[in-house]
Design a protein around this ligand. Structure first.
Ligand code: GAR
Length: 219
């Protein structure tokens, strides 16, 4: 991650595909404080996140896959656009396309994703449906780093939060129950990163250490 002065807000670029409620949570919390959302990009022009960004005075861009020969070329264009905005941290807030190496290699240890399951359970698409079909009683959300490791939702976990739902059958109802968790957890994780409180455990780089959080005690 690029170095910056301690009192400089962390410059964030957000990628989104959907309604953008997680972007909104960032705009209403860390934006203008520890961090600045300076650029929001979507893979389709219909993403509600774009209007939310424009309403907040944040620059937007759309990168439809049809405009590029392949995903790698599209991802290189997104990366160049974000770098042009001096983005230091990329937040995937409901971004439903997989990112390729040309993107991830430009932002080492500087891409985070929010996923609606307790990883490593239920990675990939339709996470909530997967969890319901499995019959779990505890649902949850994960914020994790995205690495150029060839996996899907496999990067080191930064933060997780859970909720018990005993007899879940309706994905929309579970999603509604998870939304408040997401809208709290993503800004919390971004705030910790902006404060420099997040690092890799040298003994096991899969483990993320959060300064100030208790060690080996229930959180
Ligand atoms: C969120 O629930 C997020 O966890 C999920 O998309 C939704 C976006 O909502 N992301 C994934 O499923 C990524 N695999 P939003 O557009 O309202 O922020």
């Amino acid at each position: 991650m690029a170095s910056r002065g301690a009192d400089q807000p962390l410059r964030i670029g957000v990628l989104a595909s959907g309604a953008g409620t997680n972007l909104q949570a960032l705009l209403e919390s860390v934006h203008g404080n520890e961090a600045l959302v300076v650029a929001v990009a979507a893979d389709k022009p219909t993403a509600g996140a774009l209007a939310r960004a424009r309403d907040a005075g944040v620059e937007t861009a759309v990168f439809p896959i049809g405009d590029y020969p392949d995903r790698a070329a599209r991802d290189a264009a997104i990366a160049a656009w974000l770098i042009g905005h001096d983005v230091e941290l990329v937040v995937l807030a409901g971004y439903m396309a997989l990112l390729t190496s040309p993107f991830l290699s430009r932002f080492p240890d500087a891409v985070v994703n929010i996923h609606p399951s307790l990883l490593p359970a239920f990675p990939g698409v339709r996470a909530i449906e997967q969890a319901i079909d499995y019959g779990v009683k505890v649902f949850g959300v994960t914020v994790h780093f995205v690495l150029d490791d060839g996996g899907i939702d496999t990067g080191p976990v930064i933060a997780q939060r859970a909720v018990e739902i005993a007899n879940a059958t309706d994905p929309d109802a579970v999603h509604e129950a998870l939304r408040p968790l997401e809208h709290a957890l993503l800004p919390e994780a971004v705030r910790l990163i902006a404060r420099g409180a997040v690092s890799r455990d040298p003994d096991n780089p899969r483990r993320i250490r959060v300064a100030g959080a208790g060690d080996d005690t229930p959180g």
